[in-house]
Write a protein that binds this ligand. Structure first.
Ligand code: UAG
Ligand code: ATP
Length: 488
């Protein structure tokens, strides 16, 4: 591709590129480490490094042109100065890869909680009704049935366009994080369906206020294709607000919730296990099972049902498929202990998710509920007070422990746990900072019929090493069970 073609949709200051527009472009790189001969290097000012500092490095590796925000008059190759490199990365990536999102059905899912669960459930249903699907999200990316590791829930626009163009699948299901939206990672991608699950207190260390957080999430819905549809949970305050705002844009909107005005109404949310919900669609009411425990999962089931209907799934086929869904790693996974107690491992890391998770267990059982949880370092700290208050209120015993420190010194986090316990906890709580020992202690306190709920990490591997030689909450539970069997 020629440089002039690549820059077709990019507004730029042209003085450094006159007469060089026919330069051949053989690839794109946003990191100097991936530049090859003939590539265009897009220099981005990040949080840790400034890509502009690596321009010489990129040129030495054979970059045919540079795109950046800062002036660079002595640049020996064409230099295209733009006002926003992150946004431009999206525009040129879409152009270079020939707008792959235009040639596929693309579904974006946003919201504070439920993106991963909904994406897996929806993939399962759509595949059962005959589509092939790629998935891009928190746990991994799955493209052409191949599982690929990922650093971000929402990869940047270059990686996204590469993944979309590699995919031979008919549908792409993608989680859209608020940071991904705010960092222009979805620039140049267009969506057939955009789903809004809910919005509650999270990531305010990044966005500052909940209104900014909502504004970031909202951006997804302005990326709908002309005939695209927004599916919105209107039981959620911000969902209702989003639906109202989108009405003025003329977008197709499909709402769901307990509200009588919703297009898909939820009635009689039955929380005795197995859970069911009655859905009312076009004046017809029918019962749908929830494949995973929890009030919140009835909403994930409803939104996935609605999306599959828009992709022409027959009602009975969708319900049948929902029944065979085996769940998502780290989302309300239940393990039976040899003493007759049960363990739940769940990725709940917001106050809202913790209420749902603990209350679901409370509804199941009248015996003891023991809760083990902590907080990720360098993340939203305002939500911590509420999380401690909820656990202190609902659980019978709770243990505050460590989660990912994310470079916060351990002593600082332990001190923070002590302060939280003093200010918001009660006498049912204690602190054991080694996560594996905290889980061991909770299990040792459990008896037949009790539930031990471990929240925060879900599927994620441990960042730190602990006393027991394991890498995840699931492995601690398995390790302790094995140790107990060997002892007996
Ligand atoms: C805060 C944030 O958004 N960070 C993202 C950002 O990294 P950064 O700003 O630190 O980048 P940087 O390392 O400073 O580098 C700046 C530029 O210099 C370039 N560079 C750097 C070094 C070099 O030798 N050569 C070079 O060219 C880099 O390639 C880059 O283009 O750009 C990277 C590449 O796109 C992202 O992977 C990274 O996400 C980090 C890992 C992250 O943790 N982000 C969080 C905030 C996040 O986005 N989370 C959400 C999920 C949230 C949730 O639901 O829990 C997500 O979507 O993942
Ligand atoms: N619809 C929902 N409403 C409230 N809480 C939910 C909902 N769905 C899931 N949860 C809770 O949130 C946790 C994370 O769920 P999930 O991974 O599906 O969300 P997510 O939006 O992808 O979050 P993340 O990107 O951080 O993984 C679950 O373990 C559960 O406790």
């Amino acid at each position: 591709m020629e440089l002039k073609q690549l820059l077709e949709n990019v507004p730029f200051e042209s003085q450094y590129v006159i007469n060089t527009m026919e330069t051949d472009v053989t690839g794109l790189a946003d990191s100097s480490s991936t530049v090859k001969s003939g590539y265009v290097f897009i220099a981005i000012e990040g949080y840790n490094f400034d890509g502009h500092d690596y321009i010489d490095d990129a040129i030495n590796k054979g970059a045919s042109a540079i795109i950046g925000e800062k002036s660079f008059p002595q640049c020996p190759v064409p230099y295209i100065k733009v006002s926003n490199s992150k946004k431009t990365l999206g525009i040129v990536s879409a152009t270079y890869y020939q707008n792959p999102s235009h040639h596929k059905k693309v579904i974006g899912i946003t919201g504070t909680n439920g993106k991963t669960t909904t994406s897996y459930l929806l993939k399962h249903i759509l595949e059962d009704i005959g589509y092939s699907c790629s998935l891009i999200g928190t746990i991994q990316n799955i493209i052409n049935n191949e599982k690929l590791n990922t650093n971000n829930t929402t990869p940047n626009s270059l990686q996204l366009n590469q993944l979309l163009s590699q995919s031979n699948d008919e549908i792409i299901i993608m989680e859209a994080s608020s940071q991904g939206l705010a960092e222009y990672r979805l620039e140049g991608i267009e969506f057939d369906l955009c789903l809004f699950t809910n919005l509650s207190h999270e990531h305010l260390n990044y966005h500052g206020t909940i209104e900014n957080y909502f504004e970031a999430k909202k951006e997804l819905f302005y990326k709908l294709k002309h005939n695209g549809t927004a599916i919105i949970n209107v039981d959620d305050y911000y969902g209702e607000k989003l639906a109202e705002e989108l009405h003025h844009t003329g977008a197709n909107i499909y709402t769901f919730g307990e509200s009588k005005n919703a297009d898909l109404q939820l009635h009689e949310l039955n929380l005795t296990y197995p859970h069911t919900v009655n859905l009312k669609e076009n004046q017809q009411t029918f019962s749908v099972p929830s494949p995973i425990p929890g009030y919140h999962n009835l909403y994930n089931t409803a939104i996935a049902y609605a999306a599959a209907r828009i992709f022409d799934g027959a009602r009975d086929d969708i319900i049948h498929s929902i029944q065979s869904f085996s769940g998502v790693e780290g989302r309300f996974n239940i393990y039976n202990l040899s003493n007759g107690a049960k363990v739940v491992i769940d990725h709940a890391h917001t106050a809202d998710a913790i209420i749902n998770c603990l209350q679901t267990v409370k509804d199941f059982n009248k015996n003891q509920l023991l809760h083990v949880f902590g907080f990720k370092g360098n993340k939203d700290i305002e939500k911590r007070n509420e999380m401690v208050k909820i656990s202190a209120e609902i659980s019978d015993h709770y243990i505050l422990t460590l989660d990912n420190l994310n470079n916060v010194p351990q002593e600082e986090m332990v001190q923070s746990l002590q302060e939280l316990q003093k200010d918001y906890g009660n006498k049912k709580g204690e602190i054991i900072h080694d996560r594996t020992l905290a889980i061991e202690h909770a299990i040792s306190l459990s008896q037949e019929g009790d539930w031990v709920v471990i929240t925060g990490k879900g599927h994620q591997e441990y960042q730190q090493t602990y006393s027991h030689p394991v890498h995840s909450d699931k492995e601690v539970v398995q390790f302790l069970q094995k140790k107990k069997l060997e002892k007996n």
